[in-house]
Design a protein around this ligand. Structure first.
Ligand code: FAD
Ligand code: NAI
Length: 488
């Protein structure tokens, strides 16, 4: 039996980052991952492949719609989806092999197989057929097994006509009509990819609005811009079922095909929804993307065997300082525990958990974790929005700015968007920042740092921002918060 100071189950952002930090802190570390490649959901079927397709499809849409305004004419702009997907696969392969390199560099032993807990100090590794191939003895164990898509029993996923994000990243033909269930981050990002490539996209959402944890006014602004682009939303609609059937005519066949462009099926999907007034309506599409959230992956881990407790929502219960479960030498981090299911949150927890184990002062500030939707325009936020501040009875000041008057935004033809800063009415300390606009994903970093440092809106306003940059929009909002915006 091989012995380790720390055995980590799961090689996603939570697992591989904690492995590296533990090795840096002189622990003897093993990581067990059942996928052939490391990097978890994020690198294989999440953050990276979705961004690769978002970038490709944005180039395509720009070539179609915006190049001519720059004086660039391109004839016969065509889309080769198979090449787009192949480029995405290459990006994935490069980033996942980067993680392999980091494992070797840090002398972390990698085991390929499915792990389960034999006892509080033993991890069994089995191959794909379930045959035990290794038993690892561990002083400490981290569970970082992540999450998988939630499925609706009445909307059975077949991977062809009814799909999850895993499949939506590898379509090789553009669907004619993509019906997305769930107007969350996946629905918006992957819905945008296929809309840009020519699909009609209808998004059915249970709630009356987008992005519940984002400031409502800013989420509404994003919604208006998405609608202008052609995304169709059905809010307050409940999906009851989806039925796939063989289409009567070739016109109804799915745009899906295998990599050789041979149609895989002649199917269509009929989605039954209940409208806000209680009527039943059907929608017909050729592909249905079910994107209604993700659930923690704990099945088969043997949690019962060692008595690990779960929260009411089925995630592993931990102490949010040490990431210890109720079994003292077993820890859990990432999507499998409470909190937003985000790669950067998982990575921060990976570092903090291991540092605390090593007697250091690891810490995650859950009040300053940015959330980003990588559509165009991007939507990014950190901290609390107006609704949450009101709910908590915190008095606040608002500072606003617009992308339109910003010189750099004008030069880039990126005039759509706004920025909103919220600060404490008495102390001026920043409490929240919300951006809808180009490069919001990069701009939010300044405001996240400001919040980490406990900065006031005035601190941001009096910081010299380079001209001409989009970051001046941040300074404008901070000045506006103090009542003296120069450029707006
Ligand atoms: P995971 O990344 O899910 O990794 C867990 C790993 O554990 C998996 O590789 C799994 O195979 C392995 N595993 C599970 N059980 C076992 C077992 N018993 N034995 C061995 N191995 C096991 N987040 C962002 O922050 N930004 C984004 O842009 C973003 N985009 C996303 C886009 C999509 C389409 C999706 C689906 C998700 C996206 N996310 C994004 C979310 C992000 O991917 C997750 O929050 C993140 O991957 C969680 O990391 P994790 O390490 O906790 O889990
Ligand atoms: P989500 O939680 O973001 O959105 C799911 C949406 O589906 C919600 O708006 C919900 O109200 C709706 N919904 C649930 N059940 C429904 C039903 N029966 N009918 C209609 N609507 C229904 O989940 P999503 O988009 O699946 O993403 C999963 C996770 O992955 C998220 O937690 C997210 O944080 C992460 N992710 C992050 C990204 C990023 O950071 N850019 C990108 C993609 C995913």
């Amino acid at each position: 039996m091989k012995e380790f100071d720390l055995v980590i189950i799961g090689g996603g952002p939570a697992g591989y980052v904690s492995a590296i930090r533990a090795a840096q802190l002189k622990m003897k570390v093993a990581i067990v991952e059942k996928r052939a490649t490391l990097g978890g959901t994020c690198l294989n079927v999440g953050c990276i492949p979705s961004k690769a397709l978002l970038d490709s499809s944005e180039h395509y849409e720009n070539a179609l719609k915006n190049f001519s305004a720059h004086g660039i004419s391109v004839k016969d702009v065509k889309i080769d989806v198979a090449q787009m997907v192949a480029r995405k696969d290459k990006v994935v392969s490069e980033v996942t092999s980067g993680v392999d390199f980091l494992m070797k560099k840090n002398k972390i032993e990698r085991f390929l197989g499915t792990a389960s807990l034999q006892s509080a100090t033993e991890v069994l590794v089995a191959d794909a057929s379930g045959k035990a191939i290794d038993t690892l003895k561990a002083k400490k164990i981290i569970i970082a097994t992540g999450s998988v898509p939630v499925e609706l029993p009445t909307v059975p996923v077949d991977g062809v006509t009814v799909i999850t994000s895993d499949h939506a990243l590898s379509l090789t033909k553009v669907p004619k009509h993509l019906i997305v269930i769930g107007a969350g981050v996946i629905g918006l990002e992957l819905g945008s990819v296929w809309r840009r490539l020519g699909a009609k996209v209808t998004i059915v959402e249970f709630l009356p609005r987008l992005f519940p944890s984002c400031d409502r006014q800013m989420a509404n602004l994003a919604q208006r811009l998405y609608e202008q682009q052609g995304l169709e939303f059905l809010f307050e609609h409940k999906v009851e079922k989806a039925v796939t059937s063989t289409a009567g005519s070739a016109a109804l066949t799915a745009g899906l095909s295998d990599r050789t462009s041979t149609p895989l099926s002649d199917r269509k999907a009929v989605v039954t929804v209940k409208t806000p007034t209680g009527e039943t309506k059907t929608l017909e599409g050729d592909v249905v993307l079910c994107a209604i959230g993700r659930k923690p992956l704990t099945e088969g881990l043997g949690l019962d065997k060692v008595g690990i407790k779960l929260t009411e929502r089925g995630r592993i219960a931990v102490d949010f300082h040490s990431y210890q479960t109720n079994v003292p030498n077993i820890f859990a981090i990432g999507d499998v525990i409470d909190g937003p299911m985000l790669a950067h949150k998982a990575m921060e927890e990976g570092v903090a958990a291991v540092e605390v184990m090593a007697g250091q002062a690891g810490h995650v500030n859950y009040g300053a974790i940015p959330g980003i939707v990588y559509t165009h325009p991007e939507v990014a936020w950190v901290g609390m929005g107006e609704e949450e501040l009101k709910e908590k009875g915190i008095e606040y000041k608002v500072g606003r700015s617009f992308f339109k008057p910003n010189g750099r935004a004008k030069a880039m033809m990126e005039g759509d968007g706004q920025l909103k800063l919220l600060s404490d009415k008495k102390t001026d300390r920043l409490l929240g920042a919300f951006i809808v606009g180009a490069r919001a994903s990069e701009l939010i970093a300044e405001l996240t740092l400001a919040m980490e440092f406990g900065a006031s809106a005035e601190d941001v306003a009096r910081t010299c921002h380079a001209h001409p940059t989009l970051s001046e929009i941040i300074k404008d909002a901070a000045e506006n918060n103090g009542g003296w915006a120069i450029h707006q």
